[in-house]
Ligand binder design. Structure first.
Ligand SMILES: [Zn+2]
Length: 108
């Protein structure tokens, strides 16, 4: 399995690629989650639809041993690994309307 396939599989529960292709989307916010320790870019995230009822709290575990600050975003989003890193694990936990996501990345 290539890194790309692995990445897509892991993204599947969070990203709704089918919806994205069917309806198209407007990018409301385009951001990058960085490591708070080494400042590397880890995850590219875009917000495509606002929804106050959907809250994501995202923290990325960097391969340097550090991690990002907790990143909060509301609404519908797409995420992918930044250039030079790959997502290896992404456990999520849902509490009410808040989804807590911990993303573990490795260097590619
Ligand atoms: Zn780091």
């Amino acid at each position: 399995m290539s890194q790309n396939e692995h990445k897509l599989n892991i993204n599947a529960p969070v990203d709704t690629s089918v919806e994205r292709e069917k309806h198209g989307f407007d990018v409301l916010k385009d951001d990058t989650i960085k490591c708070a320790d080494c400042r590397r870019k880890l995850i590219d995230i875009i917000q495509v639809k606002e929804d106050e009822g959907i809250i994501k709290e995202i923290q990325v575990q960097c391969y340097c041993g550090g991690s990002s600050f907790i990143y909060e975003i509301k609404g519908h989003t797409f995420m992918q690994a930044a250039k030079g890193v790959a997502i290896v694990d992404m456990p999520t936990r849902v509490v009410g309307n808040i989804t807590y996501i911990t993303i573990e990345v490795i260097k590619t």
